[in-house]
Design a protein around this ligand. Structure first.
Ligand code: IMP
Length: 187
C-alpha cells in the first residue's frame, strides 16, 4: 500500500490509553495473585507492535513476571490467507508455565490463533490472551480475548507500537491515517 502525505487523526488519546492500561494491570494482577504458586507469570509479546503496550502494562503488574517474545510474519493473500510463520521463537521454556500472550491488535485472528496453539502444544499450564485493541469486525477465526483494552472499528490504526510501513510506532496515542487532500491546483 503506497500513500502520499498523511495526517494522523487521534482515535484513542494518550490519557485513555494510560487509564485503560492501569485498569488492565489491576485486573491481571488480581487474577494471577495466588495462582502462580511462587512461579512467575511468563508474559510473551508479539514483536514488534506489542512492545510499547507491554512495557507500560508490565511495569504496573504486581505479580512476578518473566518476559519473552515471538515474531511472526503472515502471508495474507490469495490461497495462503491465514498462514502465519514464526520468525523468532521464544527463548524460555513454556512447559508448565502460566503464559500471558500480549498483542497490540487482534485483526483476522490468525496470528494469535497460531501462537496460542503453539504455546499450548509446548505444554503451558495455562495460556491467556491480552490484546490492547480488538478489530472484531475483521475476525476470520474465533479467538477468545481474556483481557481486552478497546474494541475499535474496521480502521487502519497506527501509534503506541502499531506501524504503517515501520513508521508511527512511537506516537503516544492510537491514530488513524488519513490522506491529506491535494492542494488546490493553480488556476
Ligand atoms: P491478524 O493475524 O490479522 O489478527 O493480524 C494481527 C497483526 O496485523 C497485528 O499484530 C498487527 O501487526 C497487524 N495489524 C492488524 N491491523 C492493524 C492496524 O490497523 N494497524 C497496524 N497493524 C495492524
Amino acid at each position: 500500500m503506497a500513500m502520499g502525505k498523511e495526517n494522523v487523526r487521534v482515535l484513542i488519546p494518550q490519557e485513555d490509553l494510560e487509564r485503560r492500561v492501569a485498569e488492565l494491570a489491576i485486573e491481571i494482577s488480581r487474577d494471577y495473585a495466588g495462582r502462580l504458586g511462587g512461579d512467575a507469570l511468563l508474559c510473551v509479546g508479539v514483536l514488534k507492535g506489542s512492545v510499547f503496550f507491554m512495557a507500560d502494562l508490565l511495569k504496573r503488574l504486581t505479580v512476578p513476571v518473566q518476559v519473552d517474545f515471538f515474531q511472526t510474519s503472515s502471508y495474507g493473500s490469495g490461497t495462503t490467507a491465514g498462514e502465519v510463520r514464526i520468525r523468532k521463537d521464544v527463548d524460555l521454556s513454556i512447559r508448565g508455565k502460566d503464559v500471558l500472550l500480549i498483542e497490540d491488535i487482534v485483526d483476522t485472528g490468525h496470528t494469535v490463533r497460531t501462537v496460542l496453539g503453539l504455546l499450548r502444544f509446548r505444554g503451558a499450564r495455562d495460556v491467556r490472551l491480552c490484546s490492547l485493541l480488538d478489530k472484531v469486525e475483521r475476525r476470520e477465526v474465533e479467538v477468545p480475548i481474556d483481557y481486552r483494552g478497546f474494541e475499535i472499528e474496521n480502521l487502519f490504526v497506527v501509534g503506541y507500537g502499531l506501524d504503517f510501513d515501520e513508521r508511527y510506532r512511537n506516537l503516544p496515542y492510537i491514530g488513524v491515517l488519513e490522506a491529506e487532500p491535494d492542494p488546490p491546483s493553480p488556476s
